[in-house]
Design a protein around this ligand. Structure first.
Ligand SMILES: [Zn+2]
Length: 190
């Protein structure tokens, strides 16, 4: 038996203002579990993405989160191979309010947001993923240089290792950047 106080766990540098990883402190073997707080405008994820093998459940504790979800994978035996990000017109938006939950199967592309206006309500949520390893994780975002959506990857900023960036796989442009703010919370800076 292991017990943790969520507020005692370190904040992880991610797109959400606060992300606390519970799996290691709890000694979880087959479950990923993370606590999130999203300021207005924040996302849960670095990009629109899918997991190869991990199914994921988000339980919204307070606020309202909005997920953009792609088409359902068509082959349960090959979810990532049959997963398709879908053209923007094929993507749905799903609002998930307090005490509601959403399940994302392996292979389905998704990205969750707090779409509240500045000064609006935070989203607090728990994310549960099983198994812990998610396998391949294709990611996509709008590249300002390519002027279209492109595959992206996450890395440390070469000019400042304390910051994380996403980079366009097609042209190498920096797409987005996050840092730890002076208040101890994460924030997007481009
Ligand atoms: Zn590009």
């Amino acid at each position: 038996m292991d017990r943790v106080a969520v507020d005692d766990l370190d904040n992880s540098l991610q797109p959400a203002a606060v992300v606390r990883h519970l799996a290691d402190p709890l000694g979880c073997e087959d479950l990923a579990i993370n606590y999130y707080e999203l300021a207005p405008g924040d996302s849960f994820a670095f990009a629109y993405h899918a997991h190869e093998v991990q199914e994921e459940v988000f339980v919204v504790l307070s606020g309202t989160a909005t997920w953009v979800v792609g088409p359902e994978p068509t082959d349960p035996d090959d979810p990532i191979g049959s997963g398709d990000p879908g053209a923007p017109s094929q993507r749905r938006e799903v609002e998930v309010g307090p005490s509601e939950a959403i399940r994302i199967p392996p292979g389905q592309f998704q990205r969750g947001w707090n779409r509240a206006e500045a000064g609006g309500e935070r989203v607090r949520a728990l994310a549960l993923g099983a198994p812990r390893a998610y396998g391949e994780q294709p990611k996509r975002d709008d590249c300002p240089d390519c002027d279209t959506e492109a595959p992206v990857s996450i890395r440390r900023a070469p000019d400042d290792e304390s910051r994380l960036i996403t980079v366009c796989a097609d042209c190498g442009a920096e797409v987005a950047r996050w840092r730890r703010g002076d208040d101890g919370e994460n924030e997007r800076v481009r």
